[in-house]
Design a protein around this ligand. Structure first.
Ligand code: ATP
Ligand code: MG
Length: 475
């Protein structure tokens, strides 16, 4: 049922309303804050519209609160004020904007912003559920202004645009991505006419900055069931514009019978599986990319069927170019690369014989990321046959148990060779050089292979016995 009045509990908003009254300004909360309040969620980001100058109003609110950390975005005519909670952690975040009429100049892509009424402002928002305003002025504090029936849409859980979807998307094509994002985040459906417009205008996302697109993409990846957003992107033909490598996964057949037929559908399943257990968006990204090189490595082998030899290594090498193009933070490249590179290794143990040495090697190669790697692998077990999944998972859990035993004994994930660089240099009469690393690797290999025990004296003895050969064989 649509309400005319909302009980706004946040005392600060009453104070902001009184301040607006003093200046004769109309002011409202809008957007995500109102939407999430009506959905019964707690919200810390508050969007405030002032009919007039939003930046100036932001300044007077900051002054009233004695705050000096107001950030002005002159280009957008907005202001942001980050507050703290009692523990000093980031708390409420206030965003001020002046009500505006906006349309994009098609040739320059820069929005033409004009001062407008509240109704103008609501009309240029992305979805009707985000276009509900609530007054903050004392005379009608809490009164809902909902010209586009956003409350009805919230109840129906549907995304509609305030204007004709073609107009809304043409003004800012990012809204196409936002439709998929909100559908995935809130578990809403996209109205058919809105979906059709997204489908026919998807190519226009090419004019939107990569940062804005990637922001929405990461929000899809962070949503409870990311396959919802990715499937919509796929069905609308938008995924080939935004993420062509993922689009290519569709239609690639798999060989193994415990995998789904199509790599795209399999990947979505893995992504949803992993999302049940982790909110780490980079681990989710690794799930999305784990089979990314399958289309490139696909080959038909007589008597075997389709193979994808080396897809884990080639996939790992595709991670960095993808991060660069999508302007994603490069600090996470190494982690995602590693998971993609190693994603088959735990399963190889499940399928084969679990030797101590194979387990040691995997723990050593994965290091601190071993738990995430195991989470990824467990999520990678998909099949339409639940009995098969159960069986593979049982074998897999045995491997995990074995790994725990081996890890507890020697702490491989943080392991260092028992003979350090300084000692290698002293014993072999070397200056710091590449050879020190080569000798260190020789010791490491011998321990991992179980040739010698993981002990200092044995390692030193081994070093002495091989140093001539290793150093003599060096170029
Ligand atoms: P959340 O903050 O939970 O991600 P939100 O709805 O608050 O969701 P924001 O990106 O913070 O989303 O934007 C705040 C409000 O500004 C939106 O609710 C919407 O009304 C409006 N808005 C934001 N971006 C756009 C856009 N590209 N086109 C039209 N309106 C937009
Ligand atoms: Mg917000």
């Amino acid at each position: 049922m649509a309400v005319q009045q909302i009980d706004i509990k946040e005392p600060l908003l009453k104070r902001i309303g009184s301040l607006a009254d003093e200046g004769g300004i109309r002011t409202f909360v809008v957007g995500g804050y109102v939407r999430d309040l009506l959905l019964g969620k707690t919200v810390t980001d508050i969007d405030i519209v002032a009919v007039g100058n939003g930046m100036e109003f932001g300044k007077s609110v900051a002054r009233m609160m004695g705050r000096s950390n107001l950030v002005l975005f002159e280009n957008f005519g907005t202001a942001m004020l980050q507050l703290e909670d009692e523990a000093g952690m980031p708390g409420l975040k206030l965003e001020f904007v002046g009500a505006r009429k906006e349309s994009y100049n098609k040739s320059s892509r820069k929005p033409l912003v004009e001062v407008g009424t509240l109704e103008d402002d609501l009309a240029r928002r992305d979805f009707t559920v985000n276009a509900i305003a609530v007054s903050l002025n004392a005379a009608d504090f809490g009164t809902v202004i909902d010209p586009f029936h956003g409350q009805g849409a919230l109840e129906e859980r549907v995304l509609r645009t305030p204007l004709d979807p073609g107009v809304t998307f043409d003004d800012d094509p990012l809204r196409i991505m936002r439709a998929f994002r909100f559908a995935s985040q809130l578990d809403f459906v996209i109205a058919p006419s809105v979906f059709q417009a997204a489908q026919s205008m998807g190519e226009r996302l090419k004019i939107v900055s990569q940062e804005r697109i990637s922001d929405e993409f990461l929000k899809i990846l962070s949503s409870p069931k990311p396959s919802v957003g990715l499937k919509l992107m796929f069905d609308a033909g938008v995924i080939k514009v935004v993420f062509p490598e993922v689009a290519l996964l569709a239609g690639v057949d798999q060989r193994r019978d415990y995998h789904h037929k199509d790599v795209f559908l399999h990947t979505l399943k893995v992504l949803d599986n992993i999302s049940e257990g982790t909110t780490n968006v980079w681990l989710r990204m690794a799930a999305l990319l784990h089979d990314i090189a399958k289309p490139k490595t696909k080959a038909f082998k007589e008597g075997i069927g389709w193979t994808f030899h080396g897809h884990e290594e080639l996939g790992a090498r595709m991670v960095k170019p993808i991060f660069r193009r999508m302007k994603l933070p490069l600090e996470h490249v190494g982690y995602v690369e590693k998971l993609v590179r190693l994603h088959l290794r735990p399963m190889a143990l499940v399928d084969g014989e679990v030797t101590d040495s194979a387990v040691r090697r995997l723990l050593f190669d994965a290091g601190e990321d071993i738990d995430d790697l195991m989470t990824l692998c467990r999520s990678d077990i998909t099949s339409k046959n639940p009995r098969l999944v159960e069986q593979v998972r049982t074998n897999y859990d045995l491997v995990v148990q074995k790994m725990q035993e081996v890890e507890e004994k020697d702490h491989w994930r943080t392991w260092q060779p028992p003979v350090k660089g300084e000692e290698i240099m002293a014993v072999c009469g070397l200056q710091p050089s590449k050879m020190v690393g080569i000798l260190k690797s020789a010791i490491t290999e011998a321990i991992l292979d179980g040739v010698i025990p993981n002990e200092h004296d044995a390692a030193l003895e081994y070093l002495l016995s091989v140093k001539e050969d290793v150093m003599g064989g060096a170029p």
